[in-house]
Every structure is written in C-alpha cells, then in structure tokens.
Ligand binder design. Structure first.
Ligand SMILES: NC(=O)c1ccc[n+]([C@@H]2O[C@H](COP(=O)([O-])OP(=O)(O)OC[C@H]3O[C@@H](n4cnc5c(N)ncnc54)[C@H](OP(=O)(O)O)[C@@H]3O)[C@@H](O)[C@H]2O)c1
Length: 315
C-alpha cells in the first residue's frame, strides 16, 4: 500500500462533494478512490450522502480499498444542534453512507438553526430561524458519539479563535481538526497559526474559491483564483496547472485540502500535487494575494450575523 501523506491523522488530500449531484458523485468517489484518494469530505446538508456511500461501498466490494484505509468525513448539520438531536443526526448520515462508523465527524458550524420539519435552512419572513443552543452542549453530545464508537474522531468547521478557545477550555475530547475556507485570497494567518499551535489539523475548503457555487453572481468582487495571473505564472514556471499550485500552497503550509470535482481528468490532476515544490518566492507571492475575500456573499452573512454564535473574523 502506498504511503498516504497526512497532517496528524488526516490525509492531506481529500475529495470535496458539496454541489456534486447525486447522479455524478458516485462516479467521482469511485474515480478518486481508484487513483489513490483516501479522504472523502461529505456533509448531511449536501444531500448526496447515499450516493457518496455507494461509491465507497463499490470500491470496497471490488477490493480497490479497504474500509480501514479510508478517512470518511461528514458533518452534523445546524438543525441538529440540540444535544438530543446529535445522535439521530449522526445515525442518519451513517445510514445514508451505509457505514458503521465515520472517521471524522465535524460540527458544520457553531450556529444552530431551529428544527422545522426537514427544512435545512428554516426561514420566516425572509429571516433565518436560528437557535441559541450552545455549541458546547452540542460538542458534549458529539463526544458521546466517540464513546459509543459511532465516530472515530470529532472536529469543528467555521469556528473562530474565540470559539475554539472556549471549546478547548471545556472539551473532554479535543477537536482533531477544523475545516475552514482557505486560499491565497483568504489566508487567515492568525486562525491557522492558533490551530497549528494547539495541534488541531487545519483542513482548507473551497481551495479554488468554489467557482460552481450558486450564489456567485451576488458577490461584487468575483473570484478568479483559477485565472489569477500570479498563480498562472507560478504554474507555468513549474509546468503545472493553476489548480495544482493552489492545492500545493496548502500542503506546504501543513494544511489538508479537499478540492471538489466531478470531472475524472481533474480528479486525477488534483491528486498530482506531491511531486513538486513551491519555492519561497512562489509561496510569498501566493500569500501576498490575500485580500480577506470569502466565497460567502454579503446577503448570506447579513442573514446570520445577528446569530448569537456568528463567528466574527479574528484576522
Ligand atoms: N465546512 C464547510 O462549511 C464547507 C464549505 C464549503 C466547502 N466545503 C468542502 O470543501 C469542498 C471543496 O470546496 P468547494 O466545493 O466549495 O469548491 P472548490 O473545490 O474550490 O471548487 C470546485 C470547483 O472547481 C472546479 N475544479 C475542480 N478541479 C479543477 C481543476 N483542476 N481545474 C479547473 N477547475 C476545477 C470544479 O469543477 P467540476 O466539479 O465540474 O470538475 C468545481 O466547479 C466542498 O466540496 C466541500 O466538501 C466545506
């Protein structure tokens, strides 16, 4: 078995599955596992866990991978923050994925939403129906999932430093990892340093700025990471693609990265990031592109920023 590059327990490269349609994600997972990915990033809210699970199962059944080699990640959605809802939320994901355990279960956000039927984004009169369940109470219920063997490890996503500090001061089980938006337009140095100092593995999401996101047109400053001339020049210098440079940037920061693709050739391309090195000049140029630009449009932020646990930036 080829050695898998990891940060802590987390394989440095994973396949993202947000926006991957149910009818295409099974093939994407199968392609990824066939070419050596071990880490698959999913979430309850992506509504494609059943097909992600089919891809995993078919590779195991064909002997392409063994379950023990895989690092399967999924996330507790915001409508399951009530402590009593945490286990049912996890069980739904396990059942959809067809797995007996999850390797890393993340709290998708520190912000809970009210449970209104099966609504994932409950709203009334244009306002998000938020809940004030404390993420500490949600975390304690997630710790019980580890005790029960339903998940091997737990972590968080979209938390800021203040929230992490508060969590670390009471957690019985330390978060293994944090998943956050990260790319050269949003380098979040303070948060990354804090997590690395505390031994929490950082996982970068939206490494290409999520060019396929639905709400793209709302953003005034369009994200052109994959077309950025600085990134393109570094790619040319190394005989690589811009995508590979954007992924390699995280790996050299000691950060895991989970690019999403449903295109077989890109799934292969995105995995070829362990056989070249960015030099200091390239790295500094990439870091110099930072402009605290996020994929989240102002309209979405506006709906959430009154939330008691809105993660205001610490950078
Ligand atoms: N925790 C959270 O709150 C959170 C939030 C956002 C994302 N995530 C996770 O992070 C993953 C990745 O982020 P993302 O989906 O937002 O966006 P992303 O990975 O930045 O970008 C995905 C887009 O890039 C395209 N692409 C992939 N490889 C490419 C290549 N080599 N060349 C050119 N284009 C390429 C994909 O197209 P095709 O698919 O058509 O090939 C897709 O349109 C998600 O899928 C999800 O698993 C987590």
């Amino acid at each position: 078995m080829a050695q898998v590059a990891r940060c802590g327990l987390v394989p440095l490269l994973g396949l993202g599955t947000w926006k991957s349609k149910p009818n295409e994600v099974q093939a994407a997972v199968e392609k990824a596992l066939a070419v050596g990915y071990k880490h698959i990033d999913g979430a309850y809210v992506y509504r494609n866990e059943t097909d992600v699970g089919k891809g995993i199962r078919s590779c195991i059944d064909q002997g392409i991978v063994r379950r023990e080699e895989l690092f399967i990640v999924t996330k507790l959605w915001n409508t399951f923050h009530e402590p009593g809802a945490v286990k049912p939320g996890c069980m739904e994901s396990l059942s959809s994925l067809g797995l007996s355990y999850i390797d890393l279960y993340l709290m998708h956000s520190p912000m809970g939403f009210q449970k209104v039927g099966d609504e994932l984004f409950p709203e009334k009169d244009g306002q998000r129906l938020t809940s004030d369940v404390d993420y500490i109470d949600t975390w304690k219920a997630m710790e019980n999932l580890v005790d029960e063997g339903l998940v091997k490890s737990i972590g968080v996503s979209n938390f800021n430093i203040t929230q992490l500090e508060r969590l670390l001061s009471v957690a019985r089980i330390k978060p293994l990892a944090i998943q956050i938006e990260l790319h050269p337009y949003f380098t979040r140095d303070k948060l990354v340093q804090y997590c690395q100092d505390k031994g929490i593995t950082v996982v970068a999401y939206s490494p290409f700025g999520a060019p396929d996101r639905e709400f793209k047109n709302e953003v005034k400053d369009p994200c052109v990471l994959l077309q950025d001339p600085v990134v393109a020049a570094i790619a040319k210098k190394h005989g690589r693609t811009s995508a590979q440079v954007l992924l390699r940037y995280h790996i050299q920061r000691g950060i895991a990265v989970i690019p999403k693709s449903v295109t077989p050739a890109r799934i292969v391309e995105n995995a070829k990031v362990f056989d070249f090195q960015l030099d200091k000049e390239d790295y500094d140029q990439l870091a110099g592109l930072n402009k605290n630009w996020s994929i989240l449009p102002a309209s979405m932020v506006a709906k959430l920023q009154k939330h008691k646990y809105f993660p205001k930036s610490d950078d």
